[in-house]
Design a binder for this molecule. Structure first.
Ligand code: HEM
Length: 334
């Protein structure tokens, strides 16, 4: 994490510069594509030491399509999983589509079993697919919620001005002091967990829970999305109200079961620290650097918040907004 700090700082800086340019003259910016580029470039630089995505390039679009399809296919209901005798028919065509996603070429096998191209491909593709879009999906939902709740933006600006000021861009080392920013991020994870049903688990032994018998080897889906909106755990659960986290110790690290966006236990997300800092730093920089508003005449209550269900839960429509710079111009051009 420490060794890749500069990568995140540089990529955040690139995003701010690019947003400034795109929004010149009050033009509407595409928050979604800027944030997707940010997290994908961070992960490809960390994993492959190469920056892959230039917004709108053919390569970026191809990648976006592939990852999107990968997550959709991982989240669909596959008839053959429940009626195995019908699996070979592949009625829905999902197996065929998954094969196409996996067969995209990435080089030759070197014959070494442990570090052969298949394993390297799997590892790299795991890290790139799981490690980039989960963070951007969360940041984009966070900005959408802030567009609907201008008082949260105002409070975030006050905190950022007090702790960081307006003469430099926020850095990772500032995050521990930005308590309200941390609360915004937790509130975003609560309402919009990027992986709503976690990853399917399997019970290793038979157990009884709340009077129900769960046999060994059952497929178990944990509805983290519902935990975050459960009225028995949260007051006014559907309201975006970061202040609820200011006076308690509820955390997202898997110990407080009402909030488990990264899962919990041994199969919880191994990328938690990276995912969390990506989201915190990305959000902090976007909030500090711009005043966010909706394109005229859209009102906060009109913003479409429809979710697109798959293994991940992105917005159904791309997020667009007006980003008015609030820092000295030279800071966006480093
Ligand atoms: C905001 C960012 C992220 C969120 C919300 C998130 C969420 C999750 C969740 C919910 C799971 C399933 C846990 C369970 O079923 O108990 C998971 C698994 C996983 N995540 Fe993440 N993740 C994020 C970022 C990352 C990053 C940055 C990486 C790696 C670079 C990563 C790699 C993985 C891997 C490899 C697994 C599978 C682990 C296993 O099967 O044991 N994730 N993630």
């Amino acid at each position: 994490m420490e060794a890749s700090k500069h990568v995140r700082r540089e990529e955040v800086s690139c995003m701010l510069k690019s947003l400034l340019k795109e929004g010149e003259g009050g033009k509407v910016v595409s928050v979604s594509s800027q944030v997707f580029d940010l997290t994908r470039n961070v992960i490809t630089r960390m994993v492959l030491n190469t920056k892959y995505f230039v917004s709108g390039s053919a390569e970026a679009l191809e990648f976006q399509k592939t990852v999107y399809e990968y997550f959709q296919l991982n989240g669909v209901f596959v008839l053959g999983d429940y009626l195995p005798f019908m699996a070979w028919l592949d009625f829905q065509g999902y197996k065929r589509r998954m094969k196409i996603v996996h067969e995209r070429p990435v080089g030759q096998d070197d014959g070494n079993e442990r570090f052969g191209i298949d394993n390297i491909k799997a590892l790299v593709s795991d890290m790139i697919t799981t490690g980039s879009d989960t963070s951007s999906i969360t940041i984009i939902w966070g900005i959408a919620e802030i567009l609907r709740n201008p008082s949260v933006l105002e409070k975030a600006h006050q905190e950022l001005d007090r702790i960081v000021g307006r003469e430099r861009i926020v850095e990772e080392d500032d995050i521990p002091q930005l308590k309200y920013l941390q609360a915004i991020v937790k509130e975003t994870f609560r309402l919009h967990p990027a992986v709503p049903l976690l990853v399917p688990h399997e019970s290793t032994q038979a157990v009884q829970i709340a009077g129900y018998d769960i046999p060994a080897k059952s497929r178990l889906l944990v509805n983290a999305w519902a935990f975050g909106r459960d009225p028995s755990s949260w007051e006014k659960p559907l309201e975006f109200f970061p202040d609820r986290f200011l006076n308690n110790t509820i955390d997202i690290r898997g110990k407080d079961y009402e909030l488990i966006p990264f899962g919990s236990g041994r199969r919880g997300c191994p990328g938690l620290e990276l995912g969390l800092i990506n989201v915190q730093l990305g959000m902090a920089a976007l909030l500090q650097s711009f005043n966010w508003s909706l394109p005229y005449p859209q009102r906060p209550a009109d913003l479409d918040m429809t979710e697109l269900f798959g293994l991940t839960l992105p917005r159904a429509s791309p997020l667009c907004a007006v980003a008015t710079p609030r820092l000295p111009r030279h800071l966006y051009c480093n």
